[in-house]
Ligand binder design. Sequence first.
Ligand SMILES: NC(=O)c1ccc[n+]([C@@H]2O[C@H](COP(=O)([O-])OP(=O)(O)OC[C@H]3O[C@@H](n4cnc5c(N)ncnc54)[C@H](O)[C@@H]3O)[C@@H](O)[C@H]2O)c1
Length: 439
Amino acid sequence: MSMKNLNSRRDFLKTSALVTGGMMAPSFLVPGAYAAPANELKLAVIGCGGRGTGAVFQAFETGHPIKLVAMADAFQDRLDNSYKAIFDKYGKDKVDVPAEKKFVGFDGYKKAIAEADVVILATPPGFRPSHFEEAVNQGKQIFMEKPVATDAAGIRKVLAAAEVAKAKKLNVVVGLQRHYQNNYREVMKRIHNGDLGEIVGGQVYWNDGGVWVRERKPEQTEMEYQMRNWYYFNWLCGDHIVEQHVHNIDIANWAKNSYPVKAEGTGGRMVRTGKDNGEIFDHHVLTFTYDDGTVIHSECRHFPGAANRVDETFQGTKGKVFLSAGNHGVMTDWKGNPIYTHNRENQPNPYQTEHDELWAALVKGEYKFADAENAAKSTMTAIMGRYATYSGKVLTWDEALNGTIDLFPETLAWDASPKLLPGADGYYPHAIPGKTKVI
Ligand SMILES: NC(=O)c1ccc[n+]([C@@H]2O[C@H](COP(=O)([O-])OP(=O)(O)OC[C@H]3O[C@@H](n4cnc5c(N)ncnc54)[C@H](O)[C@@H]3O)[C@@H](O)[C@H]2O)c1
């Protein structure tokens, strides 16, 4: 797959016109692109954790006629907790998931997808490529969470399925919710209009204290332990640069209307080094270079007690901007004169907006959203960053995207072995920059 195909400004503009969803060119609206059912739309959720459950709530909160008809999770307890939370809140009018439509295990997703018109894909991201491919093959409308893969092999699968989704006119919304947040939309409109001149540099950050740890229990197989504690294993999570920082990296790509051609950086494990911390790093610091020479600084770290910062800044030839998920959007010229300041009061929740806009299209039978390609390329940018920090090498987009090291286990079963196992001391091996091969 050549960079020319994937990475040109023209292709990005084509994609981003779709990605912006509600702001896209009217010519893309295809009324009657699929036959919206006369009655309720049937919904299935795959991955019934925090986000899967939350996304079902948000679907129901749109007020459209939707019935949850199937659920799938690797674990019975996760599915049961999610079902209870959803049923307790919305009741039998909205929830009709009998025992035989609750699918537990690694293969349940296929059966749950088959029951629905619309699917929510919200497992850990390592499974997203195969789940997305299956949903597209079955011709379903899709909301899927970011990131959309954890390695290059997964990205190639998502890109291929994204093409099929477009050909079949299947709506695909991805939970890179800043694309559905007003401050980002207003600022990006102005950046693309040239209000800051050419964007020549930027800095994107996800620096915070880190996330949960799920402790090993004596009765767990290695596969169950890794599945429960998925954040710390790359075949499932992709490392925090992919799982979280993809949000900010995606904003750099959006501001640049492009994807980087090169990544170089450094990273490691400074403060999170326990047996429960698997293999992931706790910091990555990189530069991403774009084909016009623009350099974006990218930084993510999980250091409890250190300064936190989750935001994006960009510099243009005429001015600069500060953006954050806290509804900031402050554009000034180089003398400090305001160009645009987003009003932060009473802003809608973008997690809700992405569902409001998706389901409004679905009930009308419109084809309006094709987020998968950009999500795959922004996820790939983050994966390229991990490859660069793990290997200590300067990597090009083509090298990274064509990487052949596949992290996924040969067999998915509770008694099967993941590829990464702990040593005799209980600690997992992790990347050593300068030594580790990543592609
Ligand atoms: N857009 C956002 O801001 C945002 C916020 C939080 C999470 N997320 C994303 O949502 C996804 C899920 O995160 P979460 O916080 O809900 O995690 P979670 O651990 O709470 O939920 C994941 C669920 O998926 C289940 N699961 C794992 N493998 C499965 C498989 N093969 N088939 C079916 N079910 C499987 C798990 O058992 C678990 O119940 C991740 O990709 C995460 O990055 C996005």
